[in-house]
Design a protein around this ligand. Structure first.
Ligand SMILES: [Ca+2]
Ligand SMILES: [Ca+2]
Length: 104
């Protein structure tokens, strides 16, 4: 009888562990969804004018400051997409890689 009661208690404990694991898993999924949404809501790299899309107007802004280095007149830190203190072809490539994309 004692053995049976212990076994039943263990079964209950196992069921509780399973429920705990399921709740922990679901909580993790929900947290990851929130993190993913937050990351997606971040500014889109290449959206220099902040209108939530990367398009020709952003490319024109980058062209306007192309070749400038940090500290020079006209420097636009937003156009330095790879943050290497110069606005060059690598920033243009980053903008081009997101060209046509929009944030939701
Ligand atoms: Ca834009
Ligand atoms: Ca750069």
């Amino acid at each position: 009888m004692v053995y049976y009661a212990t076994r039943e208690r263990r079964k209950g404990g196992d069921a509780l562990k399973k429920k705990f694991l399921i709740v922990a898993l679901l909580t993790s999924v929900i947290i990851l969804c929130f993190i993913g949404t937050a990351m997606h809501a971040q500014a889109l790299s290449g959206d220099l004018n902040g209108d939530t899309s990367v398009d020709i107007y952003d490319a024109l802004e980058l062209i306007a400051v192309f070749g400038l280095e940090e500290g020079q007149t006209g420097w636009n830190p937003d156009a330095d997409l790879n943050v290497d203190t110069v606005i060059d072809i690598f920033d243009a490539i980053l903008l081009a890689s997101n060209f046509g994309m929009e944030t939701v």
